[in-house]
Design a protein around this ligand. Structure first.
Ligand SMILES: [Zn+2]
Length: 291
């Protein structure tokens, strides 16, 4: 039985200095490709959905497919709701069977962010078996329907971070350190590594209590990814990269087989492309063989 929440999986990752890939999926083909690759590589896994696909496919349907896959998988797998700004929908997904919930109240003021995040923490912990991710500071770019301009994105204040994690009782923490959603406009985006290090030391200096999350993995250079992992990032979110693979592989197959009407073959092409991409990320994050 490999249905787990994210906390324990990520504490182990932090202590052993690797990161777990948290891969956004929008359909069943992607979900199976992600799970099969992680199983083959013996890597712990976080499957994520943002709110739109979760509503489109139905949270209960998704959670039940996840349960069926995870129960028979020999690796720990967590189902995570990504960037949900709506407290009530966080609760809906917790009830449906998601095992990690991200309440993203990072656009609210500090007090309201704490209040909303705490409400979701209390609710999920009341059910049991569900961990909660909160965010402080904002990640620029577009994720699902949430848009944050780069000049509006505020980095996480380390002292406030301490207060935030204590008052919200979250299990895993996403501090904004300059990463962005979508595609980076430059090859070397300005990331605040010192801030990441400071936040990690303040929160986890005396033993790992609160795993840290890195958002906006797509497009980061391999050495940057490795540096963020070495500074304590143990959940690494990858979304845009997988969307590109899905669409490019679909388009590529259809354009080169325009006379063929066999949807299963498109699925196979997409599945293979996704598996190759997931393999790249699991290798880079160092999680292969850690399950
Ligand atoms: Zn994100």
């Amino acid at each position: 039985m490999a249905i787990v929440d994210a906390k324990e999986m990520l504490i182990k990752a932090t202590e052993e200095n690797y990161a777990v890939g948290a891969f956004n999926i929008t359909n069943l083909i992607q979900m199976e490709a992600v799970v099969d690759t992680a199983v083959r590589m013996k890597a712990p896994l976080i499957i994520q959905t943002s709110v739109t696909p979760s509503k489109f496919l139905n949270a209960k349907v998704l959670a039940n497919i996840y349960k069926t896959m995870a129960e028979s998988a020999p690796i720990p797998i967590c189902l995570h709701l990504d960037h949900c700004t709506d407290v009530e929908y966080c609760k809906t997904c917790a009830d449906a069977g998601y095992t990690n919930i991200m309440i993203d109240a990072s656009k609210q003021d500090f007090k309201n962010n704490i209040r909303q995040t705490r409400e979701v923490s209390d609710y999920c912990h009341g059910i049991g078996g569900i961990s909660v991710e909160g965010e402080l500071g904002t990640v620029s770019g577009v994720e699902d329907q949430i848009k944050v301009a780069q000049d509006e994105a505020a980095l996480c204040d380390p002292e406030q971070a301490l207060e935030f994690v204590a008052k919200t009782r979250i299990d895993i923490f996403a501090p904004a350190i300059g990463t962005a959603h979508g595609v980076y406009k430059t090859k070397n985006p300005k990331l605040d590594f010192d801030r990441m290090e400071k936040i990690f030391k303040l929160i986890n200096g005396k033993g790992v209590k609160m795993p840290l999350v890195v958002h906006g993995g797509t497009g980061l250079q391999p050495d940057v990814v490795k540096r963020l992992v070495s500074l304590g990032g143990s959940k690494f979110n990858v979304s845009t990269d997988l969307k590109h693979v899905l669409i490019d592989a679909t388009y590529g197959y259809i354009t080169s087989h325009r006379e063929e009407y066999n949807p299963g073959k498109i699925d196979i092409a997409v599945r293979e492309a996704i598996m190759a991409k997931i393999e790249y990320w699991i290798d880079l994050l160092g999680s292969a063989g850690k399950a």
